[in-house]
Design a protein around this ligand. Structure first.
Ligand SMILES: [Zn+2]
Length: 393
């Protein structure tokens, strides 16, 4: 009966077809924090929030098929505009009818703007007034991406949620740099808001400002004045200490409208997810569960388990006892460890299934706690369990 409450909530919207994309209904609000549970309608279905979005950088969540994602109850994926623009390019995806058809996924997709990758991956960048000139990290080809180009590419991709093109301020940055960068991000946000969209496509604005409270507050207020379907908090998880990250969330959320979804970009640590939810955040994405699977690391209720370690050589238990994912129902740690150690791709696939299941399960428990009015207990318990299990990083 684990899904009973979720189904009841989904039934709150009687006919999803008739609900316009962008409709966001708050189903529960926590009395002791700013946490809330909601339902966001997109052109490809409704999403229960708070939600975690697995990352499908190259048009796939590495090693998983769309049917796996459905089975794992993944509600929405993230796609990367920068990577898809470089390979295979707009023309091929357009010929194939957009990203949903290209990758065979009929659920909601959010695409980032490519801004973060241009600033973190591309070589020899030159920031212009209307965007960024850069060399592709793959073949060095000279490219240009700005608000106009990014929105055009996201229109071709046909994502359900497109993100505005912004500059992710590095940490640390001087107040002068941060101030000029926020002004540019806001000018770009205006341009993004003016561009044509794919049918039913929502556009989210991104709050920047680095570690500076006044800049985040100003950026949030100005984005709201432009008016977006939702708002994201960007420029976090870029090397800053956790208290700075959480303060950045608080400073950004304070001026965002209660009735619009809020998305914290790139944060996937479960403790940080719970703390951001308590501060009013609804959506998350991160490569952590998939990347760690490729490194042979399993997320469990008791913390991370390095399945490749010699200690699990003859371990006949599942990756996580009590887990009902396909990996844990059918295979032993000894087998998964063997696959990983001989470089068989099935090992990575099984661990990815387990890790995504763990994340989906955690978010479902979190949503249930919110609907049952016991979020503070959930938060306390998550802290006690996950903090102690956290590796020292
Ligand atoms: Zn499992």
């Amino acid at each position: 009966m684990q899904n009973g409450i979720e189904r009841v909530a989904a039934a709150v919207v009687p006919d999803a077809e008739q609900v316009p994309p962008g409709t966001f209904r708050l189903l529960a609000e926590d009395a002791g924090s700013q946490a809330r549970a909601g339902l966001l309608q997109t052109a490809h279905g409704a999403i229960e929030t708070p939600v975690f979005m697995p990352v499908g950088t190259q048009g796939t969540v590495k090693t998983l098929e769309p049917r796996d994602l459905h089975e794992l109850q993944v509600q929405i994926l993230l796609g990367n505009t920068y990577h898809l623009l470089l390979r295979p390019g707009a023309e091929i995806i357009s010929t194939c009818g957009g990203l949903h058809r290209f990758m065979g996924w009929d659920g909601p997709i959010l695409t980032d703007s490519g801004g973060f990758q241009v600033f973190s991956l591309a070589k020899l960048r030159r920031i212009r007034e209307n965007g960024v000139e850069f060399n592709s990290h793959i073949d060095g080809a000279r490219c240009f991406l700005g608000p106009v180009e990014s929105m055009a590419m996201q229109r071709v991709l046909g994502s359900d949620i497109a993100m505005t093109f912004d500059e992710c301020i590095p940490y640390p940055a001087t107040p002068e740099y941060a101030c000029q960068s926020v002004a540019k991000t806001l000018r770009w946000a205006v341009l993004c808001a003016e561009q044509a969209r794919a049918p039913g496509q929502l556009v989210f604005g991104i709050v920047q400002g680095g570690e500076y409270s006044d800049l985040r507050v100003r950026c949030a207020a100005e984005l709201v004045a432009i008016g977006f379907d939702g708002y994201a908090i960007g420029g976090v998880s870029v090397g800053e200490p956790e208290p700075v990250l959480l303060r950045g969330v608080e400073d950004s959320v304070v001026h965002l409208p209660r009735e619009r979804p809020r998305y914290l970009m790139g944060v996937g640590d479960l403790v940080q997810i719970v703390e951001a939810v308590a501060r009013g955040v609804d959506m998350f994405d991160c490569v952590i569960p998939t990347r760690h699977a490729r490194n042979g690391s399993a997320f469990t209720r008791a913390g991370r388990v390095p399945i490749k370690a010699g200690a699990y050589k003859q371990d006949t238990r599942p990756v996580e006892e009590g887990c009902d994912c396909y990996c844990c129902r059918n295979f032993t740690r000894a087998y998964v460890r063997h696959l990983l150690n001989v470089g068989e791709i099935l090992g990575v696939r099984l661990l990815t299934i387990h890790n995504i299941h763990r994340y989906m399960d955690f978010m479902q428990e979190l949503r249930r706690a919110l609907r049952q009015g016991v979020f503070s207990e959930f938060r306390r318990e998550a802290w006690a369990r996950l903090r102690s299990a956290r590796p020292q990083e």
